[in-house]
Design a protein around this ligand. Sequence first.
Ligand code: GLC
Length: 540
Amino acid sequence: MAQKEMESLWWKEGVIYQIYPRSFKDSNGDGVGDIAGIIEKLNYLQDLGIAGIWLSPINASPMFDFGYDVSDYRAIDPVFGTMKDFERLIKEAHRRKIRVIMDLVMNHTSHLHPWFIESRSSRNNPMRDWYIWRGDKKGEYPNNWMAYFGGRAWEWDEKTGQYYLHSFLKEQPDVNWRNPDLKKAMFAEIRFWLEKGIDGFRLDVVNFFIKDNLFRSNPFGIGKYPRPYDLQKHIYDRDRPELTELLQAWRALLDEYDARMMVGEVVAEKPHPALAAQYLGDGTDALHLAFDFSFMNNKWDSSLFKKRIEAYHGSIPKEGWPCTVFSNHDQVRSFTRYGRGDDAEKRAFVLAMLLVTMRGTPFLYYGEEIGMKNVRIPKSRIQDPVGKRYWPFNPGRDGERTPMQWSNEEYAGFSKSEPWLPLADDYREKNVECQLNANGSLLNFYRDLIALRKEREALRMGDLMFNDITPGVLSYMRSARKEESCVFLNFENSEKKYSFNASGIWRVLVSTHRKSGEQFHSFEKLFPYEATVLESIRKS
Ligand code: GLC
């Protein structure tokens, strides 16, 4: 394959690592992670074998939602460093063949963005229509739309006597993507970063971008949570068919440059794999990847995982490509979500193998590779606006955003001073330094798996076929040209009788229970929580 073509596949083949910059590494001792800190850890990431980093927002922001409220798309927030630091990060990452993906938060801006300040300054300001203004009587809401983070989605503006729309916090007014000038201005911001050499974007809440042009009220539906937002069917305030056209234009912009990509965050209350896949268009003309969060809501049950994987993969267009994600900065960490008592550690190994050997691009959230757990945050230390609003009913998202556990030094080697969020109490035993030195650690398991994925085409790009073997075990083949791999994941803490008798000789590649390199024709059982990947050694 030509070098250029191979490079353009980086986002399909490699593992992408999500960094929450506030919590990754603090280089200047203010208790908050920064860009220089990320640069310090690039060698670690290179050794882990990852192909790209996705940074949660680092743009200038008043931080009402920790960067998901941007006040200047072209500036780096001083808490993270300077533009020079960021340019150095891009250079240093590229030197190590690590791509850089930025979070683009473009459904809304901060209420302190100059565009919104203009827009709200008077009804006839030229930027008025860059945001969504409706109604003119206080108390009469334009429709029944609710904000995702609670309350109505409409905020009254005293000065100009109208409501503006905010799908999230009132400090996050939604922009009007139907306005051609707004669209032009946004695309100019994207181009700015493409020119700087950014390799890709994660599109925040992509399915919210376009709203119904008639502003119809949502019909009621029965939701899962006792939250007014979930009692509506969101057919008018998001997931509009008109979004397709916008994404096509966006894709065309990226396609002007080599090997760039975008992955969309598709929000849905209930698992909805077809919805995520729909934003891939025909597989070549919209998003490159779309997160399906169905897996996140799964119970630890092999048959449910299988069902969800089949549903999601089954709805991906022929030329499209899936991705796999088990954790992020908005969800309880997988270790805590799927874990149960002493079994949590073992399940983390099974999940690691599933993530890295599944067909599709794996997204790995920082700290998952050492099995970081969710931290219970005392009320006085809560930072997340969702936690502040809903505590104790919902503690918010700080628990999955705690500082990376680098070593057993004070503050876990994350910072020289008290971090912005409390550290997990297990950091002295669970950290990068000690896992690097321990045979059989989760971190080394991830490193082995990622190295294996790099070596083997079947795991990177091959087809996937499930084997129906025995309840509680997820098993599949991955095959490409001459290679064939077989994965066994025992989701349960019990031995499984199973006669493996496939033709030919098989060799262990990576396993929790078997020695790598070991060869056999058959075996009779799987160990409790065994995770094994084999390769077939074809007779020549
Ligand atoms: C996305 C982000 C989340 C943020 C929200 C509003 O869901 O992942 O962290 O709060 O969008 O921008």
